[in-house]
Ligand binder design. Structure first.
Ligand SMILES: NC(=O)c1ccc[n+]([C@@H]2O[C@H](COP(=O)([O-])OP(=O)(O)OC[C@H]3O[C@@H](n4cnc5c(N)ncnc54)[C@H](OP(=O)(O)O)[C@@H]3O)[C@@H](O)[C@H]2O)c1
Length: 310
């Protein structure tokens, strides 16, 4: 099966590529990595060109402009990259009979939910920032493209949240570095205590996507692929630091302590949907335990962890 991955150099894209490379159904040729300059969100025809060139049967669209503060500063550009470009890719895919897995985000929801439940796929989206608006525009454009095409191709939207994984520069790595700076300065580490989410390991989302493809049941519609359980930024930080043996004094502060262009949703929790096996993804604490040795290597220095998947 010919599977192409956009954003192949990104945090999730590289994990999806690695998981696909291990999957028997991609054959010895392996998956196709679509990245800049060939695939460019700023060149809306690039998807159609690559479909004509490579003739994939399925595309995993992991590329996006993920700089949420950048999106807040330039919402029009966010709309073009995360909305219009997705629509163009979806039109080209649907027209050519190519299945599409579109990766989206919890930020399509406003995060104001207070009943302690995660957002379900059929809850009404209502983004509160430009990034969320642009990602929702992408979902809507892709749904429209697949609804209007005559082809038998399938669109699956996979929403996830609070992703971490190689090559790092993610929340666990940033918090570990900040903790070491706080310890060296003899200061408390200030961590946001009023944002709650579903920390999710990229490898687990990648394995979930590969399971969806490999089962032959690429279900049309919206799926929530997140690790189980919830954490505040502060409790996530505590788990990371305990696992690394770094013990600063932690002070929980509101997110509003720092001025940002973008406002993150306070409740970033998605209710996980079941995989074809019937199981949701594992709890976030178990996934984090797997990541800690990789994170340790990343913290030691560049090049040590490389793009290691496990
Ligand atoms: N990170 C999270 O916490 C999170 C949470 C929920 C959902 N998501 C979604 O998950 C997906 C993957 O995110 P990620 O965390 O892997 O993000 P990432 O590490 O920032 O990767 C984004 C990828 O998109 C590519 N890209 C950016 N601008 C592009 C452009 N103009 N043209 C072509 N490619 C471009 C990047 O290419 P370069 O490598 O060339 O820069 C990179 O490969 C996205 O759809 C994101 O919205 C992320």
């Amino acid at each position: 099966m010919r599977v192409a991955v956009t954003g192949a150099g990104g945090r999730l894209g590289r994990a999806v590529l690695a998981a696909l490379a291990e999957a028997p159904f991609t054959g010895i040729a392996g998956p196709l990595a679509w990245r800049r300059p060939d695939y460019d969100l700023d060149d809306p025809d690039s998807g159609a060109r690559l479909i004509a060139r490579d003739r994939p049967e399925l595309i995993v669209h992991a590329a996006a402009w993920t700089d949420v503060d950048g999106c807040a500063r330039d919402p029009e550009l966010a709309g073009r990259r995360n909305g219009d470009a997705v629509g163009r890719l979806a039109e080209a895919a649907a027209g050519a009979g190519v299945d599409l897995i579109l990766v989206s985000t919890n930020e399509v929801f406003d995060g104001r939910r207070t009943d302690g439940r995660g957002y379900r796929p059929d809850d009404p989206p209502s983004p509160i920032n430009a990034y969320g608006e642009s990602k929702l525009a992408g979902e809507v454009a892709a749904l429209a493209a697949f609804a209007s095409a005559d082809s038998q191709a399938t669109l699956a939207i996979v929403r996830t949240s609070w992703l971490y994984g190689p090559p790092g520069n993610d929340f666990p790595e940033k918090i570990a570095r900040a903790a070491e700076r706080a310890l060296a300065a003899g200061e408390a580490l200030r961590v946001v205590g009023d944002e709650t989410g579903s920390p999710t390991y990229t490898n687990d989302v990648a394995d979930g996507i590969v399971e969806m493809i490999g089962s032959g049941e690429l279900l049309a519609g919206v799926h929530h692929l997140v690790n189980g359980g919830t954490a505040t930024r502060a409790s996530w930080a505590r788990a990371v630091l305990a696992g690394l043996g770094i013990a600063p004094r932690i002070e929980e502060v509101p997110g509003a302590t720092w001025t940002r262009a973008s406002t993150p949703p306070a409740w970033a929790v998605l209710e996980p949907t079941s995989m074809p096996s019937g199981e949701p993804l594992r709890p976030w604490t178990a996934a984090l335990a797997d990541y800690l040795p990789v994170l340790r290597r990343q913290l030691v220095g560049p090049g040590v962890a490389g793009g290691a998947r496990r």
